[in-house]
Design a protein around this ligand. Structure first.
Ligand SMILES: Cc1cc2nc3c(=O)[nH]c(=O)nc-3n(C[C@H](O)[C@H](O)[C@H](O)COP(=O)(O)OP(=O)(O)OC[C@H]3O[C@@H](n4cnc5c(N)ncnc54)[C@H](O)[C@@H]3O)c2cc1C
Length: 425
């Protein structure tokens, strides 16, 4: 039983359903709202691999390959744009440049395609960018971003095709524990018996666990997003390359797993597989995803929505005491900040109109690493939460690793000990 239908819960359902017989041991996921209304759906969904630890970078590497492969093999679009991700060093001091070089080396050693770009290369990759000649960046040509809504919808469809039972509008009200082990859950549809429950309920996870007497340092924060008109001159081209046109299986009479014959793929299968090959040239967006740790922002092109979005990177998120009671409005200070930092690097955006701003919730932990796995003391209880703004980047690896745990297989998808919730219990 999985609680929560954000990208993490859905990915766990998909990976678990791949391993089970849907008739004798169905995987079930309950979502209290509608899939697609979760905080996941308003993510920037950037898939960078440039982290400070081999554990996180390794998960991001495997997840990126999984997303690209999934689109290529099934034809279900996740809105994947291999636009490349460019992460500037945190300033032009020798210390900052050295740190970036070390991280590039570390990531290269675990098979990530990343290289150090000097100021000339950065200017080529990101036309119009304002940088000094001393600045360098990490360049990930095969990374990119997803369309969060489309990704969640497609992963849900694939999980259902694998036999997962996914119920919406069905909140889990209580996890039932007897004699120190999970025996079921209570929902407004009544009791469902089960001996394993994974809580992947994002900002609601903390209170669900507290009812079981488990206290974990999961903080809920509000992140803001600012949208500005895009300068894409070739949106149609990107639309074709970036999002596939797919006939619905119902319309073509196909059942079960999506057959290639049921798909109407622009450019045919060969073009599809080539587009997802790591050797393929990045999709031509106006510029790659740009992350600037010094000013603390990222910007991603979103040609499918005719806009670019700007958000904070690291610190300065607004703590929220309850995910059911907060002000979702974006203050004018954030929009002014976002415009100023964006224009400080890419001044040509000064010409582009405001398209509004939005907020979204996510969770973080004191060490900014997620809590993944068994909660000792309650047999059969697992959690996947506290992604600190990186759950799209990691969701496929998390789904695979938690499914391995549920089936009693050795966990190869992530470092079980490093991410164990026991570090705070
Ligand atoms: C502005 C912004 C930008 C971001 N950018 C990125 C990015 O670039 N890259 C990246 O990787 N991540 C990014 N993130 C983070 C990421 O989007 C979120 O952390 C992530 O989507 C959380 O996914 P989740 O599945 O853990 O939880 P959620 O999406 O929060 O889903 C939890 C679900 O559980 C359900 N639920 C709660 N209680 C119950 C219950 N009792 N019974 C049943 N269901 C329940 C909720 O309704 C919800 O649908 C960003 C987030 C924001 C807000």
């Amino acid at each position: 039983m999985i609680v929560g239908g954000g990208v993490v819960g859905i990915s766990i359902a998909l990976h678990a359903a791949r391993r089970t017989d849907p008739l004798s041991e169905p995987v079930m996921l309950l979502e209290r709202d509608v899939i697609g209304n979760s905080p996941s759906s308003c993510s920037a969904a950037v898939l960078g691999q440039f982290y400070g630890s081999t554990q996180a970078s390794g998960m991001a590497r495997d997840s990126l390959r999984y997303y690209a492969g999934l689109e290529g093999k099934t034809g279900r679009s996740l809105g994947f744009l291999r636009s490349g991700v460019l992460t500037l060093a945190k300033g032009s001091s020798e210390k900052a440049r050295q740190r970036l070089r070390e991280l590039v080396e570390m990531q290269d050693s675990i098979g990530i395609r990343v290289e150090c770009a000097d100021s000339e290369q950065i200017r080529e990759l990101c036309p119009g960018i304002q940088i000094s000649d001393e600045e360098i960046a990490a360049w990930e040509p095969t990374a990119g971003c997803l369309d969060p809504q489309l990704a969640v919808e497609s992963l849900t469809a694939l999980a259902r095709n694998r036999g997962a039972v996914i119920r919406e509008g069905n909140p889990v009200e209580k996890i039932l524990v007897e004699g120190g082990r999970v025996v079921g859950i209570e929902s407004d549809d009544g009791r469902i018996d089960c001996d394993q429950v994974v809580v992947a309920a994002g900002p609601w996870t903390r209170s669900i666990l507290e009812e079981l007497g488990v206290s974990l340092p999961i903080e809920c924060v509000l992140a803001e997003h600012y949208y500005i008109g895009s300068q894409e001159e070739h949106q149609e081209e990107v639309r074709k390359q970036g999002v596939l046109s797919i006939a619905s299986p119902e319309a073509s009479g196909a059942t079960g797993w999506y057959s290639r014959e049921s798909l109407n793929l622009e450019g045919g299968e060969t073009a599809l597989e080539e587009r997802h090959s790591e050797e393929a040239a990045p999709i031509k967006t106006a510029h790659p995803v740009l992350t600037d740790p010094k000013t603390g922002f990222y910007v991603r092109c979103d040609p499918l929505q005719s806009r670019v979005s700007v958000g904070r990177r690291g610190g300065d998120f607004i703590p929220i005491s309850s995910p059911d009671d907060y002000d979702p409005n974006v203050g004018p200070a954030f929009s002014a900040w976002a415009r100023a930092v964006l224009e400080s690097r890419l001044p040509h955006y000064a010409e582009q109109p405001d398209l509004g701003a939005e907020t979204g919730l996510f969770t973080r932990t004191p060490d900014n690493q997620p809590l993944l796995g068994k909660v000792e003391g309650v047999e059969g209880l697992y959690i996947a939460c506290g992604f600190s703004g990186h759950s799209f980047t990691m969701a496929p690896s998390v789904g695979e690793g938690i499914a391995q745990m549920l089936m009693g297989e050795p966990v190869s998808a992530f470092d079980e000990e490093f991410y164990s919730p026991q570090r705070y219990l």
